[in-house]
Write a protein that binds this ligand. Structure first.
Ligand code: 3PY
Ligand code: MG
Length: 255
C-alpha cells in the first residue's frame, strides 16, 4: 500500500481506481476486493463526514488497497486529518492558481515543503513506521493532487505544476466542460475536453509530474489511459451499481 505513491509517480503508471460517494465505511471494503489499484472517497459531492471517511480509509487499507480522499473545496484542514488517518493521497478540487496550490501543500506536506502539523496516529499504525521514519518519509509516501477544472486552472496549469509539493493534477471533465462552454453544457467527453486533457498530460510530463482524471465508465477510462493518464476513475460506484443491476435484470428478462 505504501508503495502507491512511488507507483503513481512512475511515468509508466496506468492505474484504475474506484470512486465512492455513498458514505458507508463497509461498502468500500467490497469494492477494494475487485482489481482496482486504489479507492477514492469523494467528500466533495459524496456525503462522507470526517469520521466515516477516516474509518473507510482503514477498511480500504485492511483490504490491502491504498485509499485517497477528494476533500470539499478549500477544506485543507480535513486534508491533513485524512493523511493522519492513513490516506495515501488527497485530491483537492478547484485549484485555480499557484496560490491555491500553495495553500493545499501547506497542510499536506511536512517542512521544509509545507507546514503539515504533527499527529499521524492511525498513519503510524497502518504504515508501521516509527515517528521519526514517518516524518522523514511522509512527503514521499503520500501524494497531493490538484484538480484542474476551470478556465483559470487551465491557464495556470504550469504555475500550479511548478509548486513544490504538488505531486500531480486531476482533471474534472464535467466542471471543465461547464467552464469552457460558459455554463452551456455538461459534456465531459466533448472533443474540446479531449484536447484540454491531452494538453494537461503534456504539461505534466514536462514537469515530471503525473496526470489523473475522472471517467464516467470503463470505456472512457481506457481512452484516457491511452492519452497517458497515470490514474483514472472508471465510473462512480453508483453508476457501477446501477449498471450491474440493469445487466442482471435484462439477463433475467431474456429467460
Ligand atoms: C468533474 O468532472 O468536475 C469532477 O470533479 C470529477 O467528478
Ligand atoms: Mg468537479
Amino acid at each position: 500500500i505504501d508503495g502507491f505513491a512511488a507507483r503513481i509517480r512512475n511515468p509508466e503508471s496506468r492505474m484504475i481506481s474506484a470512486w465512492v460517494g455513498i458514505p458507508d465505511p463497509l461498502l468500500v471494503n467490497h469494492l477494494a476486493q475487485e482489481a482496482f489499484d486504489a479507492v477514492v472517497l469523494d467528500m466533495q459531492h459524496g456525503m462522507w463526514d470526517l469520521p466515516s471517511a477516516a474509518a473507510a480509509v482503514s477498511h480500504v487499507r485492511i483490504a490491502g488497497k491504498p485509499a485517497l480522499a477528494r476533500i470539499p473545496v478549500g477544506d485543507f484542514a480535513s486534508a491533513s486529518r485524512l493523511l493522519d488517518a492513513g490516506a495515501s493521497g488527497i485530491i483537492a478540487p478547484m485549484i485555480n492558481s499557484a496560490e491555491d496550490a500553495k495553500a493545499f501543500v501547506k497542510t499536506t506536506k511536512y517542512p521544509p515543503v509545507g507546514e503539515r502539523s504533527w499527529g499521524p496516529s492511525l498513519a503510524l499504525n497502518h504504515t508501521g513506521l516509527s515517528a521519526d521514519d514517518y516524518l522523514k518519509n511522509a512527503n514521499d509516501l503520500t501524494v497531493a493532487i490538484a484538480m484542474i477544472e476551470t478556465r483559470a486552472a487551465l491557464e495556470a496549469i504550469d504555475d500550479i505544476l511548478g509548486v513544490p509539493g504538488i505531486d500531480g493534477i486531476f482533471i474534472g471533465p464535467s466542471d471543465l466542460s461547464i467552464a469552457l462552454s460558459n455554463g452551456d453544457q455538461v459534456a465531459p467527453n466533448a472533443a474540446e475536453i479531449d484536447s484540454a486533457m491531452q494538453h494537461a498530460v503534456a504539461c505534466c510530463s514536462a514537469h515530471g509530474k503525473f496526470a489523473c482524471a475522472f471517467a464516467g465508465d470503463g470505456e472512457r477510462a481506457g481512452e484516457l489511459l491511452k492519452f497517458g493518464f497515470a490514474f483514472v476513475i472508471a465510473g462512480a460506484e453508483t453508476a457501477q451499481l446501477r449498471s450491474g443491476a440493469r445487466k442482471q435484470i435484462n439477463a433475467a428478462r431474456k429467460i
